[in-house]
Design a protein. Structure first.
Length: 63
């Protein structure tokens, strides 16, 4: 059985990747539906993308 720390690290990376994907999907969907730059979907997409990427970077830096 893997060590609990390894499980936590892997789970953090998976959740970070999911957040990045959600952000990209929100951006693409909003922009293809005709949403502007200041629309809610774009703002949330950028925030999800930044949070996922930041979380992923911090998880890699902490090794």
């Amino acid at each position: 059985m893997p060590a609990p720390r390894n499980i936590h690290r892997t789970t953090t990376q998976v959740m970070s990747a999911i957040m990045v994907v959600i952000g990209i999907v929100l951006l693409v969907r909003t922009l293809t539906e005709g949403g502007g730059i200041a629309s809610l979907g774009v703002i949330l997409g950028v925030l999800f993308l930044a949070a996922g990427a930041g979380r992923f970077a911090l998880a890699r830096k902490g090794r």
